[in-house]
Design a protein. Structure first.
Length: 63
């Protein structure tokens, strides 16, 4: 599943995100969602989340 719809993302699920620094390369980082930072129900580049380890990025794939 892609990470563009906020309703699909809940704290505690495992996701692949792209960090701001990795946007050009497209390198994904896997982690567990701690907080959802995007307020809108949809975002074309992915919902922004904070992982449990503190990293912030946009969800590209829900595992």
């Amino acid at each position: 599943m892609n990470g563009q719809n906020r309703e699909n993302i809940k704290p505690g699920i495992t996701v692949d995100i792209v960090l701001k620094a990795d946007q050009r390369s497209g390198r994904l980082t896997r982690g567990v969602v701690k907080d959802i930072l995007t307020n809108s129900s949809y975002h074309p580049h992915g919902i922004k989340v904070r992982l449990e380890d503190g990293q912030v990025g946009r969800v590209k794939e829900i595992i």
